[in-house]
Structures are given as structure tokens and as C-alpha cells.
Write a protein that binds this ligand. Structure first.
Ligand SMILES: NC(=O)c1ccc[n+]([C@@H]2O[C@H](COP(=O)([O-])OP(=O)(O)OC[C@H]3O[C@@H](n4cnc5c(N)ncnc54)[C@H](OP(=O)(O)O)[C@@H]3O)[C@@H](O)[C@H]2O)c1
Length: 263
């Protein structure tokens, strides 16, 4: 990240990885401003505490990613306040409404599947749609700027995906809703990267796997995980990936250590 006026928006910032993105972004650049969105700003004590210690640099907005009106309201707020966006992190996500992934076809429920896809896939795509004009006004504060003046990126869009969304990597099965929602999110990343590469102003769009991280989402599975990351470690690594991005990286699916995953 360079310069003095970076504007980043973290969607899904009440807790877990999204909340850590806000903390680390504020820490890494003393001039960065962060817009943190969450469903219920009043109930996130961690976010309120962070705002109290960064009153001018952290803006908290209400946004349920399944509600188009919320997305539109926050895009208007960012337009009026800043007129641009340098980084959008689509972070909100769910494993399944029950908190545990399906172990077999028998436990698949249509409404639960749709709810998961609405949150993990449809929401991030609508975020991309409504924040594209702001990302096009970004000035390359995240990622490495190209030396070719005809091929410079303005903003970065990072979709927080999951390795289990890789079709190639799927050797175990199960987790129908989560796997399908993240595979479809990865397709959205790829499609967006193609569209974003066409114009004179470009947006870098990637999918990012955070590793297995110590959060509420992964809690039911912690005892089976050999390498459980802290949110601090995972987010620091993912921001290193974001800071190292070039236009040639757009459309790729990276892990926290910039290994490229197959879709
Ligand atoms: N933890 C892992 O090991 C792991 C591994 C791979 C990928 N990921 C991905 O990383 C991202 C963050 O997960 P996490 O581990 O930090 O999970 P988490 O601690 O359970 O946090 C989930 C976040 O998503 C928000 N959210 C859920 N539904 C929402 C909605 N409709 N609108 C707005 N926000 C909503 C939650 O907000 P509320 O507080 O309002 O519920 C919360 O802030 C997810 O996309 C997840 O799939 C995590």
C-alpha cells in the first residue's frame, strides 16, 4: 500500500477475519481510512471499540450483504464521503445456516443452500456491481503499479473464498452448500477479472483463501485442524498478497501465501 489517502472497505467486519482486516489495515498505514460494514453495528462491541480508538479513520456502516438496498445505501455514503475506493474486501460468509456443513446428500436442504449462496455468492457479486464506479476512481493505493501508463490499475477487489471451493481440489465431498457457494464465487471473480481488464482504467479482482483460521466459522472443526491460524497471521499474509498484486494476477485464486490454487 502506498500514498497517504487509501480508502478500503471491508464487508463483513463485525468479527473474525473481517474485523481483523479492519484492525490490520488501520495499523499498517496510519493514513488509511477504513469503511467497515456489518449487519448490526450496535451489537459489535469489538467494532465499537476500534472506532473509539480511531474516530476519524474508521467509518462503520450497516450492511446486510443479502439486502440490495443496504449495498446501495453504503455505496452512496462512500461516494459522498470519499468519491473513490482503493480496496474492497468481500469477507462476510457462512458455512451453513446450521453452523456445520452437510456430510451427505441426505442432509441437503434447498432453503439452506439458497441462503448460503445468497450470502457467499450473490451478495459479493452485487457489492462488485455497486462499488465498481468507486473502484474505477481509486488510484492504485493497493498492489504494485504498472510502469506502462496505458495499463494502470485503480482499485483492488478481493473476494474471500475458501480452498474447499476449488473443484480440482475436492477429494472428500460433503459441504454441498459451502463448496458450491465458493466455487460460484470463484467463477464471479474470473468473470469480473475479464470485464475489469477491458477498459482503460482497470480493477484487479482476485479470490483469496485465508487458510484455516481460528474463528466462529471454523470452531466446530478445530480439533481436526493441524495448522490453525490466528486472524492476525492470516490477515497479515493476505494483505501482503494484496500489496504485491499486479494486473497479471487478476482473476487468480490465491492462498494466504500467494500459492495459486486451481479453480
Ligand atoms: N475461518 C476459516 O477457517 C475460513 C477458511 C476459509 C475461508 N473463510 C472465509 O472467510 C470469511 C470470513 O469468515 P470468518 O472465519 O471470519 O467467519 P466468522 O467469524 O463466522 O464471521 C462471519 C462474518 O460474516 C458476517 N455475515 C454473515 N452473514 C452476513 C450477511 N448476510 N451480511 C453481512 N455480514 C454477514 C458475520 O456477521 P454477523 O456478526 O452479523 O453474524 C461475520 O462478521 C468467510 O467468507 C469464510 O467463508 C474462513
Amino acid at each position: 500500500m502506498t500514498g497517504t489517502s487509501a480508502i478500503a472497505l471491508v464487508q463483513g467486519a463485525s468479527r473474525g477475519i473481517g474485523h481483523q482486516f479492519c484492525k490490520t489495515l488501520l495499523m499498517r498505514n496510519s493514513a488509511a481510512t477504513v469503511v467497515a460494514t456489518c449487519r448490526d453495528p450496535n451489537s459489535s462491541t469489538e467494532l465499537s471499540r476500534l472506532r473509539d480508538s480511531n474516530p476519524d479513520r474508521l467509518h462503520v456502516c450497516k450492511l446486510d450483504v443479502t439486502k440490495e438496498n443496504d449495498i446501495s445505501d453504503v455505496s452512496k455514503y462512500v461516494t459522498e464521503k470519499f468519491g473513490k475506493l482503493d480496496l474492497l474486501v468481500n469477507c462476510a460468509g457462512m458455512l451453513h445456516p446450521s453452523g456445520k456443513g452437510e456430510t451427505s446428500l441426505k442432509s441437503v436442504d434447498g432453503q439452506d443452500l439458497l441462503h448460503t449462496i445468497h450470502t457467499n455468492t450473490v451478495g459479493p457479486l452485487l457489492m462488485a456491481k455497486m462499488f465498481t464506479p468507486l473502484l474505477l476512481n481509486g488510484n492504485g493505493q493497493f498492489g504494485i503499479r504498472s510502469t506502462d501508463p496505458k495499463s494502470v490499475h485503480c482499485g483492488v477487489l478481493a473476494n474471500i473464498s475458501a480452498k474447499v471451493g476449488s473443484i480440482t481440489d475436492n477429494g472428500l465431498g460433503g459441504w454441498y452448500s459451502y463448496r458450491m457457494s465458493k466455487a460460484a464465487l470463484n467463477m464471479a471473480t474470473k468473470n469480473l477479472s475479464i470485464e475489469f481488464a477491458r477498459g482503460r482504467k482497470k480493477i484487479i479482482c482476485i479470490s483469496l483463501h485465508p487458510g484455516t483460521v481460528d474463528t466462529d466459522l471454523s470452531r466446530p472443526y478445530h480439533k481436526n485442524v493441524p495448522k490453525l491460524f490466528t486472524t492476525e497471521y492470516s490477515v497479515d499474509c493476505m494483505l501482503n498478497v494484496i500489496d504485491s498484486l499486479t494486473l497479471g494476477d487478476s482473476g487468480k485464486f490465491f492462498t494466504y501465501d500467494k500459492t495459486v490454487l486451481s479453480y
